[in-house]
Design a protein around this ligand. Structure first.
Ligand code: NAD
Length: 381
């Protein structure tokens, strides 16, 4: 069978779902590989590099979709892309099934089998295919780099002949995958780093990365993430008030705030209010990684960088992985390659879509002219 990758059509998207290295691995599984001409260029992978790796270069997207049995791409497909699908063809991509009922209907009517990368169950066995985590890791790292690029001072403290420089203070709100990556990056650059999460079980991880966990003066137990599969749920009004009071106290001291707080299937909680921004020092930077879901900071503008009247820069970009397209493409194409390994038990270039496999079933959103999303709850071990 043949697997192919078209050029991403979303404006400004630089990533690509197949790299020359991942193509070599896919060939070891018995597949022929193809790519639309120029698909890797924005990520630094030339047609010549693909050709050298034995990949067929196909001139147009329409020809590519027609020529392959499996399409691997990054962004949710457009209607035009989905209309190109043929019965029995497989698509592996981010798909946003919860907000894409039209896409589900279209894929179903076409008889295409769609594997949505964001639906890969977050269990140990599937970590190698977990593209949400590999992209969140990049976003957390890049958020700190972007903050540093907009911050006029060092992260680390220095004593030099020209004077003493205090270290920057960084607060990371939300210590999931992106938050932990941000913490690791900020501490390695020498900042004094603080972190907060509603799930107290992450305090140990935060501290092991050299940051201080911010505890609240709150009598009730904080949320127990174990009850919600490791994810956060909505905070009680009393807890939320105690959290805001603590942030209000910290705001004037912090140079950089990275917010990453999300609750599955909801708008992002608003945690950094206008008055907190107003109390920050000029030159401070906020990077809001929750901008896609409405933002954790009240003043965030999605996909923009703004500077407030009191000189605080607020960054609401939503394309951090695409800003590191070479790295992101390498990790994402590896996630895809691992998915293909599980779909090819005999390593004979023949895809076996085993709906009895929890990971494959969980990620499949259309199969044999049926919408198979949402998946059944995972089997109790
Ligand atoms: P996420 O992106 O959904 O949320 C980011 C963080 O925001 C979470 O840590 C959450 O607790 C926090 N948050 C929510 N509301 C908040 C608030 N009001 N104030 C402060 N913080 C708030 O999370 P994620 O990065 O996708 O990870 C969520 C969980 O999934 C974690 O337990 C993680 O360890 C787990 N996980 C497991 C696997 C795996 O086993 N394969 C892979 C990835 C993540």
């Amino acid at each position: 069978m043949k697997i192919g990758t078209p050029k991403e059509v979303f404006e400004g998207e630089n990533r690509v779902a197949m790299t020359p290295d991942s193509a070599l691995q896919l060939q070891k599984l018995g597949y022929e590989c193809a790519i639309e001409s120029g698909a890797g260029a924005a990520a630094g992978f030339s047609d010549a590099a693909y050709e050298k790796a034995g990949v067929e270069i196909i001139k147009t997207a329409a020809q590519l979709w027609k020529a392959v049995d499996v399409v691997a791409k990054v962004r949710q497909p457009t209607d035009t892309e989905l209309k190109r699908m043929a019965e029995g063809q497989t698509l592996i991509s981010f798909f946003n099934p919860a907000g894409n009922s039209e896409g589900l209907e279209l894929a179903k009517s076409k008889g295409a089998h769609v594997i949505a990368m964001e639906m890969v169950p977050r269990i140990s066995r599937a970590q190698k295919m977990d593209a949400l985590s590999s992209m969140a890791n990049i976003a957390g790292y890049r958020a700190v780099i972007e903050a540093g690029n907009n911050f006029g001072r060092f992260f680390t403290g220095q004593v030099t002949a020209a004077g003493k420089v205090p270290p920057a203070k960084v607060l990371v709100v939300g210590a999931g995958v992106a938050g932990l990556a941000a913490i690791g990056t900020a501490t390695s650059l020498g900042a004094i780093t603080y972190a907060f999460d509603v799930r107290p079980e992450v305090a140990e991880q935060v501290e092991s990365m050299g940051a201080q966990f911010v505890f609240l003066d709150f009598e009730e137990q904080q949320q127990d993430g174990a009850a919600t599969g490791g994810y956060a749920s909505v905070s009680s009004p009393e807890f939320a008030a105690a959290q805001l009071a603590k942030f209000r106290e910290l705001a004037p001291e912090m140079d950089i705030v990275i917010t990453t707080a999300l609750i599955p299937n909801r708008e992002a909680p608003e945690l950094w209010t206008k008055d907190m921004v107003e109390s920050m020092k000029p030159g401070s930077v906020i990077v809001d990684l929750a901008a896609e879901k409405g933002g954790n900071c009240k003043l965030t503008v999605k996909d923009e960088k703004i500077v407030t009247d009191n000189g605080v820069t607020i960054i609401g970009y939503t394309d951090f992985p695409s800003r590191m397209a070479a790295q992101a493409s390498t990790l994402y194409s590896t996630n895809i390659r691992h998915m293909m390994t599980d779909l090819t038990p005999e390593k004979d270039g023949k895809l076996v879509h085993n709906m009895e496999d929890d990971v494959i079933r969980g990620a499949t959103v259309t199969f044999e002219k049926e919408i198979t999303w949402p998946p059944p709850p995972p089997k109790v071990a």
